[in-house]
Design a protein around this ligand. Sequence first.
Ligand SMILES: *Cc1c(COP(=O)(O)O)cnc(C)c1O
Length: 353
Amino acid sequence: MNNSWEQNVRRVVPYVPGEQPKDSDVIKLNTNENPYPPAPEVRSILDSFDESRMRLYPTPDAAELTNAIAERYGLKPAQVFVGVGSDDVISMAFLTFFNSDKPVLFPDITYSFYDVWADVYRIPYQTKPLRSDFTIDPDDYKCENGGIIFPNPNAPTGVYENVEMIEDIIKANPDSVVMIDEAYIDFGGESCLPLIEKYDNLLVIQTFSKSRSMAGMRIGFAMGCEKLIKYMNDVKFSINSYTMNTVTQLCGAAAVRDEKYFRETVQKIIDTREYSKKKLSELGFVFPDSMSNFIFASPQKKSAEYVFTELKKRRIFVRWWNKPIIKDYLRISIGTPDEMNSLFAALEEIING
Ligand SMILES: *Cc1c(COP(=O)(O)O)cnc(C)c1O
């Protein structure tokens, strides 16, 4: 039954996140979380936090965290926007900058939140097919548009595009804001951050969820020219000023200051990823080269759906989408070497057993 008030509801089909199983005995390689804990200083922040500070509102501009990020990336605080996960940041950026009648452009195979934000904000969009090797054709992004966004490396493919190619796209689009979602850039790619000094229509978005092991804290940030950041803050402060709580601000600042721990953790994941590429090849998987903390791999001897289901029976979670073009692939997050070895033992059994 449709009640008459329902015709005025803002209806949307929501984003579907990867499963978060309740039991702790699973090997969880399905949501690209970091298998290592956050920087050790985060523990001391939590231990010494004075709960009477909870009486007070947090600083609305998340100054402590914004300043720490600005310092780490050699920027002014006014060039940094902080949000509750990069999902919050990107959503704010959609609302702020994608405000035209022309379609926003992004790849057909990409982060599946983009079309959801476009829908909820009633932003027209058009997807551009990736090439058969999952790379982006820059010429697809040289037509009239209301904005551009894609991740680099792309998700769920892991494919990295070089900075020259991205600059080519930015240069061709002075009339729209170009957003590069760098959720996975710390795992070996080169950030296009330096380009923000040259192009005032470039917004670079990063997150603490993957390379800094803090998905549960919800910290994301955007970097761009002061004008872009000011426009985003105007919209943000028109909705909810106090989105990020005090504890999160302090923990995030502590994490971003520990450069040594960050580099060591990222390097461990890169090493495990390279080892995992060899093992997956031996098991007959094919995959585009990955520069992220996951591998998008297609089993050749059994269907991806079958392997996904069999892994789940063995308490190993990976991600599989029942969607055209990608239904033959599994997205496998990089865990610890032990977790990956359990995965490879299970795969050996499922595929060759
Ligand atoms: C994980 C991810 C994000 C969002 O991460 P947050 O946890 O919200 O910071 C954004 N973009 C891509 C491509 C991702 O994979």
